[in-house]
Unconditional design. Structure first.
Length: 125
């Protein structure tokens, strides 16, 4: 399956919806219909993927502080080949979803997000 990179609007909280849209090959508007507007959780993303016959981990696999995957590492070798990863920056409460597909990063935000580490992921099988 080929991923078509989709972007969320600037200053929106539609990163989870954009990741789902890329996986399902639908529009961002359709993904918003499925998930609603605003922040999404791992279980919400997993449920929508399950409902559309995409095999994924039932919830987010959380990484302990000791197991965090840092961006300055060769992080693509430490995450599953296909997953939606929750990324964070130190000292920032808000998180962001990024799609990894065939070891390529598809960040739905239209400008570079300065994330520092991956705190968890939903693996796609």
């Amino acid at each position: 399956m080929k991923i078509i990179h989709q972007y969320q609007p600037l200053h929106s909280s539609l990163c989870g919806q954009a990741c789902v849209a890329m996986i399902l090959g639908c529009s961002l508007a359709r993904a918003v219909e499925m998930l609603g507007k605003g922040c999404t959780t791992g279980p919400q993303l997993s449920k929508v993927l399950y409902d559309y016959k995409v095999h994924a981990s039932p919830s987010q696999i959380r990484l302990s502080k000791a197991r965090r995957i840092y961006r300055n590492q060769k992080y693509s070798q430490y995450v599953p080949e296909k997953c939606i990863a929750k990324v964070r920056s130190a000292g920032v409460k808000k998180s962001h979803w990024v799609l990894f597909w065939d070891r390529k990063e598809y960040d739905p935000y239209p400008v570079r997000v300065p994330w520092q580490y991956i705190s968890g992921y939903i693996e796609i099988y």
